[in-house]
Write a protein that binds this ligand. Sequence first.
Ligand SMILES: CC(C)(COP(=O)(O)OP(=O)(O)OC[C@H]1O[C@@H](n2cnc3c(N)ncnc32)[C@H](O)[C@@H]1OP(=O)(O)O)[C@@H](O)C(=O)NCCC(=O)NCCS
Length: 440
Amino acid sequence: MSKPLSQVDLIREAFHYQSRFEGSTMVFKVDFPVTEDPLFPYLMKDLALLAQTGFHVVIVPGAKEWIDAVLREYDIVSSYSGNARITTEAAIPFVEMAAFHVATRFMTGLAAAHTDAVIGNFVRAQGLGITGGVDMAHTGAVKKIRIDSIKRILEQGMIPILPCIGWSSSGKPYNVPSDEIALAASAALGAVKLFIVSLGNKLNAESYAIPETVQREESGRIGRLSIQEAGAILEKNWKAPGADRGLEEISLALRACRQGVDRVHIINASEEGAVLRELFSNLGSGTMVYADEYESIRALKNADIQDILRLMEPLMQSGVLIRRSADDIQEKQADYVVFGIDAQIHACGALHEWGDNQGEIAAIATDPLYADKGLGRRIVRYLIDRAGKLRLRRVFVLTTHTQDWFESLGFKESTVESLPEKRRKTYDRSRMSKIFALDL
Ligand SMILES: CC(C)(COP(=O)(O)OP(=O)(O)OC[C@H]1O[C@@H](n2cnc3c(N)ncnc32)[C@H](O)[C@@H]1OP(=O)(O)O)[C@@H](O)C(=O)NCCC(=O)NCCS
């Protein structure tokens, strides 16, 4: 009995995640050795499947080892400044050739999985110039990710591929580390997840000094790391840049979380289906590094009420939010949470219980100076988690201006009749608010 049941559970879980993340962007940074692994075609099939199911998949291929091989083949000596390759005038054409060759391996894999992909010049770069007395020549850093072009491709169901080359505004090519491209693309595209895909399970308790708080599985695998734990591992095990790929992966994950990516998954591509398992089952197969939302989201204190009223005032004036007084907020103070950075409040929201096991998510507002940084999304997710802990079966929202945004968070349009009775009675028909709901 247990086997079919667990399969059904898995299917349920997959549907749950699928509806939750559909239309969300996920960036896959894939190290070069993965392309030489016998399981690479299966990985490409899985990414194609995700794209076909409505996820927005972006691929950033790493090409380091292939670039090394091509430069060796053409007798071009690679020298490094720290961890960064110095890409000379003589080397850059070969680096471009190698980077695009690797990108085409992904094209080939995706073509076999009947999925369209586009290799593009999506990265604006600038040269590192003279760094520490060394001329870095054609080695560059990301200046800007051309998100509009990437989004146009994603909207057509295709997969953009970003090779490790960026161009200056005058068209000069630079070799840019793919980790940096993956980081910048994840942040700029508001990715919900970054996958760091490589070979081997580097992150286990045998390889590193691990803080006590970190949970290890029997196999020694580390399934989850908060950003604090990830930071502590980096501190305890410090090695010079370039000396340890496992630590580099943790460092990349940590930086991505700090730039607003909720979850980073470090995946071993030599396990079949590793990406799907990590994405669709809570068993996972790699290591997830997560930004601890609870760190910045907290309960509303008395002293915060004026701050959130300031945040909401322009929205109440324009009719986007219904008017609430300080007394109204105080009366339901326990329902409110705020998102604080350095003791300043930049977003707020509330979950009101209305009986019938339903909760209303309301008063979501983000400081315009902090717009598009994922604060609103995090508050909503936090409130959904809270509703889950309260064993509510459904959360809903009444909105006049934000339906698309709630849809992007997995909410579906619903009806006044579906509201709990108490809320139906207070529903103000003149506002013509739409109802969006999420089953938990
Ligand atoms: C809606 C709101 C909370 C979003 O906050 P935020 O912290 O900027 O949101 P996130 O960073 O999580 O998400 C940003 C994304 O949502 C999009 N977005 C923001 N407002 C939107 C809206 N009204 N409709 C559709 N999409 C919207 C942004 O364009 C951005 O898209 P991108 O990721 O493709 O660039 C904020 O705009 C706000 O305070 N709005 C007014 C109050 C309101 O409508 N509250 C909801 C009713 S309770």
